[in-house]
Design a protein around this ligand. Structure first.
Ligand SMILES: O=P(O)(O)OC[C@H]1O[C@H](O)[C@H](O)[C@@H](O)[C@@H]1O
Length: 564
């Protein structure tokens, strides 16, 4: 992480100790670790900011943790945490800080970064967002023909889509009921199919688009934006198709139907977004870390500003804990170390995210970007190739659905996989009808029973059954698959904020130990460049002959299909 060169992690004394320790522990089954230590739950469980982190089902013991904590120390984790939170230029390849934590500083806080109080600027941007939200919630934001906005479509991709979509879905229950009803939707794919669905269903007079793009150059988002603009102009302008008594100017349409959110105000203006409808953020906020600021506009539209600020407060509580707690009590550090142990010492390179609550449907997709775009790297901050594994392959799905899909592999496949089970302890208290509440609460108990049963079976295998009589091989379970369980007291804006910040900081801790930069994503650039070249060839403006045989064949197949 640090710009100056560092001892490679695999040359640190604690790494060597861990290698030997792993050899000794390799043949110890998780069930025996539990058998040997009745106090595992207490030893390996921590509670902070509405979250309970149970690491007792990791395939480790007290000594492992001690060595891992020594590794964190030797790798400079405490100093790196301080550098991150105080705004040092930890993103070395782009020479800038990574200050997503500044977006959730409480009102009145200040943070001096290189001579500027950035907390003040952050709060100003939130106030500007609050004003736009208030206008929409009051039904005062009118489309070009004078009707209040009913549908808001966020056009963004990656960090400008996944975080807001995940949180709006998770917190939909927190929608205030005293507001003008505004429904929020998301379209990200460059093929236009998601957007096309909205365009066939929504009334252009009452539809507003939020163009969310940190760079404001992402072709996926800009192509959707152009389609949306053409649709609105085609329907509403004086030359349009709508038989309106009051045809309106293109200028008014763009003014009233587009908000821009970006770190590039010039590009927003160039596209035509009026300065009043531009929300800003900064280069020092990474896209996948940006839901906490103005990119969170869709979240604030769904849950209201008060709940949005609760989300920030929950994340800030985790930031404080990350900064202040000793390593051995520090949730993100412990979660990060469990990952290091699995990847680098137990050679487990697959990681599944399994929430047992339908509201967390998009959490795995969000973490896929957070973890793999951050830590899917193979050179250090100083450009040296690493010779140890970094980010595992991470994927997931709602646990109850995944039980009927890929749990077969978890239980009997050949791959070791570590799983994160995530569930709220309390649910459905707020349902008004007592009968419905009773039924839903029993469904919640059912979901928790499944969640707890699955991690137990993964751990114990056949030993989970009392009567472990003779059975054929295809009915046997070896167990010994490690897992983590994260329990939320309840899924609220604050606990969700803490949960997301927990994973953000876990990713950082791992990056520090692996000595990689989690805040850039150069690996996605070449694909974009080659796609631009390929499009020229598809459009008959480039040389097909210089491509490989497969790419040529694919393009020719497309051309042939176009002729049919
Ligand atoms: O917000 P934007 O600048 O449009 O970027 C959207 C996304 O696209 C990029 O290609 C990156 O891989 C992501 O990190 C980013 O979140």
């Amino acid at each position: 992480m640090a710009a100056s060169s560092r001892t490679p992690p695999d040359s640190l004394p604690a790494w060597q100790t861990l290698k030997q320790h792993a050899q000794a522990l390799k043949h110890v089954h998780l069930k025996n670790l539990f058998g040997n230590d009745p106090g595992r739950w207490t030893h390996f469980t921590r509670q902070v900011a509405g979250l309970t982190l149970d690491l007792s089902k990791q395939r480790w013991d007290d000594d492992t943790l001690e060595h891992l904590l020594a590794l964190a120390d030797e790798a400079g984790v405490p100093g790196a945490i301080e550098a991150l939170l105080s705004g040092k230029r930890v993103n070395v390849s782009e020479n800038r800080p990574a200050l997503h934590t500044a977006l959730r500083l409480p009102p009145g806080a200040s943070l001096d970064v290189e001579g500027d109080d950035i907390a003040a600027a952050v709060h100003e941007s939130l106030t500007q967002m609050e004003r736009l939200v208030a206008r929409l919630h009051a039904g005062q934001w009118r489309g070009a023909t004078g009707k209040p906005i009913r549908h808001v479509v966020n056009l963004g991709v990656g960090g400008s889509d996944l975080g807001p979509q995940m949180v709006t879905h998770a917190l939909a229950d927190y929608r205030p009921d005293d507001i003008h009803p505004v429904e929020v939707h998301f379209a990200s794919t460059m093929d236009g199919s998601q957007l096309a669905d909205y365009l066939t269903r929504f009334n252009p007079e009452t539809t507003l688009f939020v163009l969310s793009s940190k760079s404001f150059t992402t072709i996926d988002t800009l192509s959707n934006a152009n389609t949306a603009r053409d649709w609105l102009i085609g329907r509403l302008s004086k030359h349009g198709e709508l038989p309106s008594a009051n045809p309106v100017s293109e200028e008014l349409i763009i003014r009233q139907h587009f908000i821009g959110v970006s770190a590039s105000p010039d590009k927003m203006s160039e596209w035509g977004i009026t300065p009043d409808h531009q929300l800003m953020f900064w280069e020092w906020v990474g896209g996948r870390y940006s839901l906490w600021g103005t990119i969170g506009l869709p979240i604030a539209l769904v849950v209201g500003m008060e709940n949005f600020r609760e989300l920030l407060a929950g994340a800030h509580a985790m930031d404080r804990h990350f900064q202040e707690a000793p390593l051995a009590e520090n949730l993100p550090v412990l979660l990060g170390l469990a990952g290091i142990w699995n990847v680098n010492f137990l050679d487990i390179r697959a990681h599944s995210i399994l929430p047992y609550d339908g509201r967390l449907e998009y959490f795995a997709a969000y973490l896929e970007q957070l973890e793999m775009e951050s830590n899917g790297k193979s050179v250090t901050g100083q450009g040296q190739a690493v010779n140890y594994s970094t980010c595992p392959v991470l994927w997931g799905q709602l646990g109850p659905n995944a039980q009927h899909a890929f749990y077969q592999l978890l239980h009997q496949g050949t791959q070791p996989v570590v799983c994160d089970f995530i569930a709220p302890l309390k649910r459905y208290d707020e349902v008004e009808d007592p009968d419905t509440r009773r039924h839903l609460k029993s469904q919640h108990r059912l979901a928790l029973a499944n969640c707890f049963a699955q991690s137990r079976v993964l751990m114990l295998g056949d030993d989970a059954i009392d009567d472990d009589g003779p059975r054929p091989a295809h009915k046997r379970y070896r167990g010994n698959q490690p897992s983590t369980t994260v329990l939320l007291d309840k899924l609220t804006p604050a606990t969700l904020g803490s949960l997301i910040a927990l994973y953000e900081h876990k990713v950082f801790v791992q990056a520090v130990i692996w000595d990689i930069n989690p805040f850039d994503q150069w690996g996605v650039e070449l694909g974009k460049q080659i796609a631009t070249d390929t499009q020229k060839i598809i459009d008959h403006q480039g040389d097909l002959a210089r491509l490989d045989a497969s790419s040529r064949g694919l393009i020719e197949a497309f051309w042939a299909a176009e002729q049919e």
